[in-house]
Design a binder for this molecule. Structure first.
Ligand code: SF4
Length: 352
């Protein structure tokens, strides 16, 4: 174990990336970076980390912001529940802990949006406590190096990895150790093409010696992808367009979007126009369909969103469904919208 640790620690001292959250032990910043980097590449997350720390330098600043402002700053990063939980927890810490981030693992784990991995990362990096942070990178490195075939997506399998990681972290500088293991998995022992030939662990690595690199780690469950079809209506009249807030328990909750009709298949245009929901948005004698985009695809981890946008110009005022919000075109960029609509708006609204 000592040998494994010393090789990893040495590798880290040479190859670690220079990242802004590595220059601080401030638990608020560590928390922010961990939440931003879940499911997000570092190069993409970096800009968000910088803008969040600039806009909200303290937990109290984040706590006193409106949710709309937090979501707007998060726009484009996806998994918006992360931003909603971040905001909720900041308010909770401001109210119950006087704005000071708690320093006990159990307390941190009880906060909304913080799981075992994130709690361990925070206490080890900010408070030097020996809690192993076991993320996908760490599962991969340990399963390959030690030849562990227990599935990483079952609770029994996870326990085995966490137990081993808890042994490994003993007597180390815990923040550095956790980051070294994760960085090693992210850069050296990568999922698809690990650089085994130039790996300092290769002489003792089970997977390399036994040609099992591609078989480890083991996962049991196959994820299924849900196909969805979103028909958006970009309806305008004079300087106005209409938006709707997504309030359902679904993707993009509390973000804004054009009025949308979801269909179970890629419905033909004529069939769509005959639907009663469409009549609430536009009347045949009072509107002109100016453009219909082709179906496009927006991929989420477990969902394939097929979408198209129907651009409609209303010739006269029309009473719209109550849940729609009338917005002046020049204000539309103040609203947090899903990435696929942001791209469309930049192309279409900015250019008139
Ligand atoms: S030898 Fe290859 S599989 Fe083993 S730890 Fe190094 S990079 Fe990973």
């Amino acid at each position: 174990m000592d040998n494994f640790n010393s090789l990893i620690h040495h590798w880290y001292s040479v190859y670690k990336r220079d990242l802004p959250w590595r220059d601080t032990q401030n638990p608020y910043y560590i928390w922010l970076s961990e939440i931003i980097l879940q499911q997000t590449r570092i190069d993409q997350g970096m800009a968000y980390y910088m803008s969040f720390t600039e806009e909200f330098p303290t937990i109290s600043d984040l706590a006193s912001a409106s949710e709309d402002k937090v979501l707007k700053l998060w726009q484009g990063l996806g998994y918006y529940s992360r931003a909603r939980n971040l905001h909720f927890t900041a308010k909770y810490i401001a109210e119950h802990f006087d704005g000071k981030f708690p320093d006990e693992y159990r307390l941190i784990l009880s906060l909304k949006g913080i799981g075992e991995y994130t709690a361990a990362a925070i206490v080890s990096i900010s408070y030097n406590q020996e809690y192993p942070a076991v993320d996908g990178n760490v599962f991969r490195v340990l399963s390959r190096f030690y030849g562990i075939y227990d599935p990483i997506d079952t609770s029994a399998g996870k326990k085995i990895f966490v137990k081993l990681a808890a042994e490994l972290i003993k007597g180390t500088d815990p923040g550095m150790h956790n980051q070294a293991l994760m960085e090693f998995g992210a850069l050296q022992c990568t999922p698809q093409k690990p650089d085994c030939l130039r790996c300092p662990l290769s002489e003792r690595c089970y997977a390399f010696a036994n040609k099992k690199v591609a078989d480890l780690p083991v996962k049991l469950k196959k994820t299924t992808q849900r196909h969805r079809y979103f028909n958006y209506f970009d309806i305008s009249h004079s300087d106005s367009v209409w938006l709707k807030k997504r309030v359902e328990k679904d993707i993009w909750k509390n973000l804004f979007e054009f009025p949308m009709i979801e269909t179970s298949v890629a419905t033909g245009f004529e069939e769509l126009m005959a639907m009663s929901e469409v009549n609430q948005l536009m009347d045949a004698d009072n509107s002109v369909v100016e453009k219909i985009t082709d179906w496009k695809i927006h991929l989420l981890t477990h969902q394939k969103i097929n979408y198209r946008i129907i651009k409609v110009c209303l010739l006269q005022e029309k009473e719209m469904p109550i849940e729609l919000i009338r917005v002046n075109k020049k204000d539309i960029f103040n609203f947090a919208v899903p990435k696929l609509l942001e791209t469309y708006l930049i192309r279409n609204i900015e250019n008139g």
